[in-house]
Design a protein around this ligand. Structure first.
Ligand code: ATP
Length: 213
């Protein structure tokens, strides 16, 4: 017997906006106690007061892009980047290197602490070309109608804003094509979570794309 440790399983969880990433990662956290690294949290960290990214943003849009307390006015920035694609590309170029480096650093720390399965939630996994950080791609997917309905129910976005965000991302069909595991979130929560149970029980082998729906 060789004493080599098995390679860690690094799940990259993605999908369209509002399709169910957080629902799945919360479940993996609570039910399986898996460590979760969330790209959105690092993306917020990247623009904290004093950061070089926030400085670049202020240089580009002037200090009117800040709230009175000196933090980024995310709502205003959202209006800019989701109506002007070139500005979104510019912003992504500022933020993604920080997110990649932080995800990679914390993933490696978890591996050093002997975690065998780690989950990276990366909404822009493909768009930001971060698939090299993981060993297995899970895409949570639902229909366009369900996506809009769930986003509207959450109440934070108008229909126009929701559509602008959806259209800024890679089409879900393309994400599904690149998935190792597709989680069909088209029915009940129970149905979704049963698919997660099955996917966790069967680590991806590179021979087939699995759909648990
Ligand atoms: P975001 O991209 O905005 O971070 P997300 O992909 O993390 O979203 P969730 O927050 O998990 O998506 O889900 C979006 C909304 O849809 C939430 O309010 C969630 O409770 C609801 N939802 C998720 N799955 C289902 C389901 N199967 N049936 C009904 N509602 C659902």
């Amino acid at each position: 017997m060789s004493g080599q440790a098995p390679s860690p399983r690094i799940i990259g969880l993605t999908g369209g906006i509002g399709m169910g990433k957080t629902t799945v990662s919360d479940y993996l956290d609570k039910t399986y106690q898996l460590p979760i690294l969330d790209a959105d949290i690092y993306a917020r960290e990247a623009v904290q007061p004093g950061s070089i990214v926030l400085e670049a943003i202020v240089n580009r849009y002037q200090s009117k892009i800040l709230l009175l307390d000196g933090t980024l006015d995310r709502r205003q920035l959202g209006e800019i980047i989701f109506t002007q694609p070139s500005e979104r590309i510019w912003l992504d170029e500022q933020i993604h290197p920080y997110v990649r480096q932080a995800l990679s650093r914390d993933r490696d720390r978890l591996i050093q602490h002997s975690h065998q399965t780690i989950v990276l939630v990366i909404p822009l996994l493909f768009e930001a070309q971060m698939t090299d950080l993981i060993t297995e791609i899970w895409v949570v997917s639902c229909s366009p109608d369900q996506q809009i309905q769930r986003l509207m129910q959450r109440g934070a976005l108008s229909l126009e804003q929701a559509n602008a965000r959806i259209n800024s991302q890679m089409a879900i069909a393309e994400k599904r094509d690149r998935a190792d595991v597709v989680l069909e979130n088209t029915s009940t929560l129970e149905d979704l979570l049963e698919q997660v149970d099955r996917a966790i029980d069967h680590p991806f082998s590179p021979n087939s794309t699995k759909s648990y729906g």
